[in-house]
Design a protein around this ligand. Structure first.
Ligand code: MN3
Length: 179
């Protein structure tokens, strides 16, 4: 974790971070290592290479490789409340072009999070043609995988699993997404 467990409070509380990073994310890492150790053909590849052809790698790599990539990206995307900056000029220009405004992007991103039934992730991705789009994936799938409907480069991702917010927000996923 690139910061102490209490860094994201009060948006994400310390206890959630301890369990989420120390237990959930750790389990994805441990299970991915087990899957790769059991299948020599998978060894020596980057995680991104595995995910790009995850349909051939099996469910253990899909679920746990996705889990490891998604959480690493999620931790690195966040910082202390109040210290996050505005989008860079080029990103903001692309957001304005494709969503109308930053506010309209936020509405779309929240709607994707609320619309995901069960567990999964919401994403802002860049499509191969450079256009930005909001999508959501089930479970630990992500837009780098060859099993998802719409592939693209993730620019932002949000964890929609209850373990990401339940201690602090209980059933109020919308409040978590707003925060
Ligand atoms: Mn999680």
């Amino acid at each position: 974790l690139p910061y102490p467990h209490d860094t994201l409070a009060p948006v994400i509380d310390e206890r959630t971070m301890q369990i989420h990073h120390g237990k959930h994310h750790q389990a994805y890492v441990d299970n991915l290592n087990r899957a790769v150790a059991a299948s020599p053909a998978l060894a020596g590849q980057s995680l991104e290479a595995l995910l790009a052809q995850v349909s051939k790698a099996g469910d253990a790599v899909r679920n746990n490789g996705g889990g490891h990539w998604n959480h690493t990206f999620f931790w690195e995307s966040m910082t202390r409340p109040g210290q996050g900056g505005a989008p860079s000029q080029s990103l903001l220009a692309a957001i304005n072009r494709d969503f109308g405004s930053l506010e309209q992007f936020k509405v779309a991103f929240k709607a994707a999070g609320l619309g995901r039934f069960g567990s999964g992730w919401s994403w802002l991705i860049m499509l191969p043609d450079g256009k930005l789009k909001v999508v959501s994936t089930p479970n630990q799938d992500n837009p780098l995988m060859d099993v998802v409907g719409e592939r693209g480069l993730p620019l932002l991702g949000n964890d929609l699993w209850e373990h990401a917010y339940y201690l602090q927000y209980q059933n109020r996923r919308g409040d978590y997404l707003d925060a």
